[in-house]
Write a protein that binds this ligand. Structure first.
Ligand SMILES: *Cc1c(COP(=O)(O)O)cnc(C)c1O
Length: 368
């Protein structure tokens, strides 16, 4: 057998493990009423306005999309008060995360990110053979002081998620300001805000963008906006940073239907508000459920929550699958991440969890 060598980082790379698709579990179990709370998707799906907008554009499929993304950038400008030369569009924000690493980091350079951070940060760093500096988390959260202290002479980029996935932890503006004061202007700071729409009062990243030309704010339409299948994200940054990103961006990385959908989704503020309300109610429902089962959890400002199942995570995950509930093991011992679903989905998950952990009787007797 002939040997085809990949670069060292890629040959050692363990690919991203996505949440298990519903269709896959259906095939395996031969059942149909499966609840998927594994990928932080919006349980309401997407806005009806998105469906109408996409349906109206189906005839355009035969043409290449607008590589400049005019309609989507126009909407982002109107909504976020930025100019088009500060926007980079991505095929989901994963596409952008990879562009950030490729644009600013070379082999011999290093990238700083936190323990328990989004798995893709490690993957894009390794794929370009750069050095990863993983900073121990504080509790489950980013330790911004330690991350600033971890910066080396060769550090080119820092990945930060606020709130963080998979822990749901967050930080406030004052902490971030103190952090930015310590970061050299030549180091790119990526502020990944995939979940910002759920608790927007938490943090105003646009304010920071105006003061720090080394910040990139990364947003996605996959979570609260409900467009996960279409793959759209965008980055906001200084003109100079944006210019570099757009040099390496694939010319047609965001497709036409995705852009049309994104414009409709960004405009539909009622849908976002409704999604927030459902998320808050579901978060309460799960927190109360965990409390009555005597399980600990990590307070979250996203659309998922990390629960301490006090049992082996992989075994509990597999037992839940047999009950028709898909959640997510995230490499943290005894913990599972569960996305907030509808009231019915959350209830099904909680009763399945009680069953597989055999806690129901304890909870009823008040022993747990
Ligand atoms: C889900 C997620 C993303 C990206 O999702 P895309 O679908 O690629 O836009 C990025 N960052 C974090 C922290 C996420 O949780």
């Amino acid at each position: 057998m002939s040997f085809v060598p990949a670069n060292e980082g890629i040959s050692k790379l363990k690919p991203y493990q996505p949440g298990k698709p519903i269709s896959e579990l259906e095939r395996e179990l031969g059942i149909t009423d499966i609840v998927k709370l594994a990928s932080n998707e919006n349980p309401l799906g997407c806005s009806d306005r998105v469906k109408q907008a996409v349906a109206a554009e189906l005839a355009e499929i035969g043409r290449y999309p607008d590589g400049g993304g005019f309609i989507l950038k126009d909407q982002i400008c109107a909504q976020f008060g930025v100019t088009a030369d500060c926007i980079t569009l991505g095929n989901g924000s994963n596409d952008l995360l990879e562009m950030f690493a490729r644009a600013f980091v070379a082999e011999k350079d290093s990238v700083v990110y936190s323990q328990h951070a989004f798995a893709v940060y490690a993957l894009v760093t390794q794929a370009i053979n750069a050095q990863a500096i993983e900073v121990p988390a504080k509790g489950f959260a980013h330790d911004l002081d330690a991350m600033a202290a971890a910066i080396q002479y060769n550090t080119k980029l820092i990945f930060i998620a606020n709130p963080n996935n998979p822990t749901g932890t967050w930080f406030e503006e004052a902490e971030f300001e103190a952090f930015m004061q310590k970061v050299p202007a030549s180091v790119i700071v990526v502020l990944d805000e995939a979940y910002v729409e759920y608790f927007p009062e938490n943090f105003n990243s646009l304010k920071f963008l105006a003061h720090y030309p080394n910040i990139i704010v990364s947003r996605t339409l996959s979570k609260c906006y409900g467009l996960a299948a279409l793959r759209v994200g965008f980055a906001l940054a200084s003109k100079q940073v944006t210019d570099f990103l757009n040099r390496i961006r694939q010319p047609f990385n965001v497709n036409h239907l995705a852009m049309v959908a994104a414009v409709a989704a960004l405009k539909d503020e009622d849908f976002i508000e409704q999604s927030r309300v459902v998320n808050k109610a579901g978060m309460n429902q799960l927190e109360q459920g965990f409390q009555s089962l005597g399980l600990g959890y990590v307070a979250s400002r996203a659309n998922f929550i990390l629960v301490d199942v006090q049992a082996d995570a992989a075994q509990t995950f597999n037992a839940l699958l047999k009950e028709g509930v898909i959640v997510r093991p995230v490499g943290i011992a005894n913990h599972l991440r569960v996305s907030i679903g509808t009231e019915t989905e959350n209830a099904k998950f909680l009763s399945a969890l009680a069953k597989v952990l055999d806690l129901a009787s304890n909870a009823v007797e008040g022993k747990a």
